[in-house]
Design a protein around this ligand. Structure first.
Ligand SMILES: [Fe+2]
Length: 317
């Protein structure tokens, strides 16, 4: 590996985490069976990709699916919290997930058109910047650059199961503050909320929710970014108020009625896309802006999301 990247990672993450994280990647990169939360990883089984593409071409669905993959929707999600500090009433987060930038050209172009019109206070990115799960990442980062230049700062991000830790120095050089089992405080007037992010929990299993949850005061309003929503139990019981995630692509190729064939996840189907709640924690699973495996979407359009946080009225408490 490039010594320059290694030095940057050691400075950024500390020698131990950098060494451990790179070692885990080296051991398991592109494994089809047996690593991660679920057993089978179709995204790593590369010969399946052309099979799916050819099957879609035979059934005549391929070109419609290709066009759908560029039809990025803007979703609005209003959430009411009893615990939100008053200064954050109306606070808006732009949430973008699953870029797969180097294989989602149509969606990236559409995103570039949409972004300048949007109003928000902060942007969060929930991982999967690269199309493939291993190999070069330069093309993905190169395609991310013009998209990022249209996003207003501050921008926070986490890594997905398609990403490598080696992408972090360049992602941060582009202006994304990556949260790798880390937490930051966001202040408004004299009040604060906490934004935490974990490293990939789905495939490399390098998440540490306990560590991030001890980095803010007990009972403080907190948001967790995780590429996968599969850690919903750990997040809710650690006391997070909101979990923002992606990974499932909402199924990406769905049956009529938006019924996913697979979510590539271990979680209840109702958490596979959109807003949900688990105990006191609100959650949102983005269907993602890009596409993976095959650049096709059926009965499941790509999205970006504006989450508006509201203080729940006293009567609702
Ligand atoms: Fe993804």
């Amino acid at each position: 590996m490039n010594d320059l990247i290694l030095n940057k990672l050691e400075r950024r993450l500390g020698r131990l985490y950098a060494k451990q994280r790179l070692g885990i990647e080296r051991d398991h990169e592109a494994q089809i069976f047996g690593q991660g939360i679920n057993f089978f990883h179709i995204e790593n089984w590369y010969s399946s990709h052309s099979l799916i593409r050819n099957a879609l071409k035979l059934t005549g669905l391929y070109w419609r699916g290709r066009r759908n993959a560029a039809r990025v929707q803007i979703k609005n999600n209003d959430i009411h919290f009893q615990t939100l500090p008053n200064a954050f009433n109306g606070f808006t987060l732009l949430h973008i997930s699953d870029f797969h930038a180097d294989m989602s050209e149509g969606a990236m172009r559409r995103l570039e058109e949409i972004l300048p019109e949007l109003r928000y206070d902060l942007c969060v990115l929930t991982g999967d910047y690269r199309g493939a799960t291993f190999g070069p990442f330069d093309a993905a980062l190169e395609r991310m650059q013009p998209v990022l230049s249209r996003i207003k700062t501050p921008v926070y991000g986490v890594l997905g199961n398609h990403d490598t830790i080696r992408m972090v120095p360049e992602l941060e050089a582009m202006g994304i503050r990556m949260l790798l089992n880390e937490c930051v405080r966001i202040s408004r007037q004299d009040e604060s909320i906490y934004l935490a992010g974990i490293d990939d929990a789905h495939y490399f299993r390098v998440d540490n929710i306990e560590k991030v949850a001890t980095n803010f005061p007990h009972g403080a309003f907190s948001i967790l970014l995780s590429h996968t929503p599969e850690i919903y139990r750990q997040a809710a019981h650690a006391g997070f108020d909101l979990l923002l995630s992606g990974h499932t692509h909402g199924g990406q190729i769905c049956l009529p009625g938006s019924i996913p064939i697979t979510l590539d996840s271990v979680l209840p189907r109702k958490m596979g896309s959109g807003a949900w709640k688990y105990y006191e924690m609100f959650g949102y699973t983005s269907a993602g802006v890009g596409s993976s495996i095959v650049t096709v979407r059926l009965n499941c359009l790509p999205e970006i999301t504006l989450h508006r946080l509201w203080r729940a009225p006293a009567s609702a408490q």
